[in-house]
Design a protein around this ligand. Structure first.
Ligand code: DAH
Length: 338
């Protein structure tokens, strides 16, 4: 019996030393110490022994069991530590690896021009105003001195959306909304989307404008020309200045069309400026007293100027884009260039 126990102990030592995984160690525990295990089987033989031998062998059984038990626990503990270490090694994150870049979008050229124009005018003391894209006839036409049946309404191919409601054909109604809300002095610019029933290489049914309005006690036509000269010089980075030609708008008197020296040829004449050396970029004028009447401003006390420009045209000139449709196709190869 004593020999059998010693054999069991040394066999167990060897088996445990040769094993490295937690699962295998658990199996060894079951096969030695479990209910049907080898040591348990030997203990069953104790009953048939001499009463004198029994306590001695009994002690030995306990010692062998404790021995195996403690060998197993420390082997299991170190196997667990190894498993954790291996897992940590496995799942280590290499912080020195370069990250995956997410694809960044770019700003649309229309947005870039709107931002730049707004920045220039905010430097001149103008703040940004907004108005709805679905507009009442009254704000879009009537209050701007387009009476019903006025022929100037035909110049703006209007999308009507309901009883006296339309998609605004210009940003000028924001002038009216601003003056109804606030007393002079007024200095605003109003960027936004406008709509006209027109579509070809140079016209889109949806496009963008920026409106400007300045009203105060002594605003003159000279102020208008000065502000627009500072603006165009900053936007196009040239000292050529502007040229004003007489024109007509119902809401301004006098009215002018504003040209800048051609940014492509510098005024020598080319295909873009149709050999004139000049490019038309906006409409402007002194606010008509009839407009002040609609917003209850006193035309005897105040004066002001207004102007409006198409963003698409400015973006095309500024970035040398030849076909307006490129601005609305959203081809990322085109858009990424800005
Ligand atoms: N609203 C005009 C248009 O869409 C542009 C314009 C011209 C606006 C003269 C103005 C202005 O404020 O004074 O054709």
């Amino acid at each position: 019996m004593r020999d059998q126990l010693e054999n069991l102990r040394s066999g167990a030592k060897q088996a445990i030393a040769a094993t490295s995984t937690v699962e295998q160690l658990q199996e060894i525990r079951i096969s030695l110490l479990g209910r049907k295990g080898e040591l348990t089987a030997l203990m069953k033989g104790l009953g048939a022994m001499d009463a004198a031998d029994r306590p001695v062998i009994g002690q030995l059984v306990n010692a062998v069991r404790d021995d195996i038990e403690s060998l197993l626990s420390s082997a299991i503990e170190s196997a667990q530590e190894q498993a954790i270490a291996a897992r940590l090694q496995d799942e280590r994150i290499d912080v020195s690896l370069p990250g995956r870049r997410s694809q960044k979008g770019t700003k649309h050229p229309i947005t870039l021009v709107i931002e730049e124009v707004c920045a220039i005018f905010s430097g001149l003391g103008f703040s940004v105003a907004e108005g709805p894209e679905i507009e009442h006839d009254w704000y879009n036409f009537e209050a701007l001195n387009f009476p019903p049946e006025h022929p100037a309404r035909d110049m703006q191919d209007t999308f009507f959306v309901g009883n006296n409601l339309l998609l605004r054909t210009h940003t000028s109604p924001v002038q009216i909304r601003t003056m109804l809300k606030q007393k002079p002095p007024v200095r605003i610019i109003a960027p936004g989307t406008v709509y006209r029933c027109d579509s070809d290489a140079t016209h889109s049914p949806m496009f963008h404008q920026i409106e400007g309005l300045m009203v105060d006690t002594k605003v003159t036509f000279g102020d208008l020309k000065g502000v627009l000269t500072v603006f165009t010089n900053q936007l196009f980075g040239q000292k050529t200045g502007v040229r004003l030609r007489p024109s007509y708008f119902p809401f301004t008197e006098p009215s002018a069309e504003v040209d800048i020296a051609c940014v492509i040829c510098g005024g020598k004449g080319c295909r873009v400026c149709k050999n004139s050396g000049w490019l038309e970029i906006l409409g402007a004028g002194m606010v008509d007293p009839e407009v002040y009447r609609h917003v209850q401003y006193d035309a005897e006390q105040i004066s002001g100027f207004a102007f409006g420009m198409g963003i698409e045209r400015i973006a095309m000139l500024k970035y040398g884009i030849s076909d307006m449709r490129l601005l609305f196709e959203n081809d990322v190869r085109f858009l990424r260039q800005f």
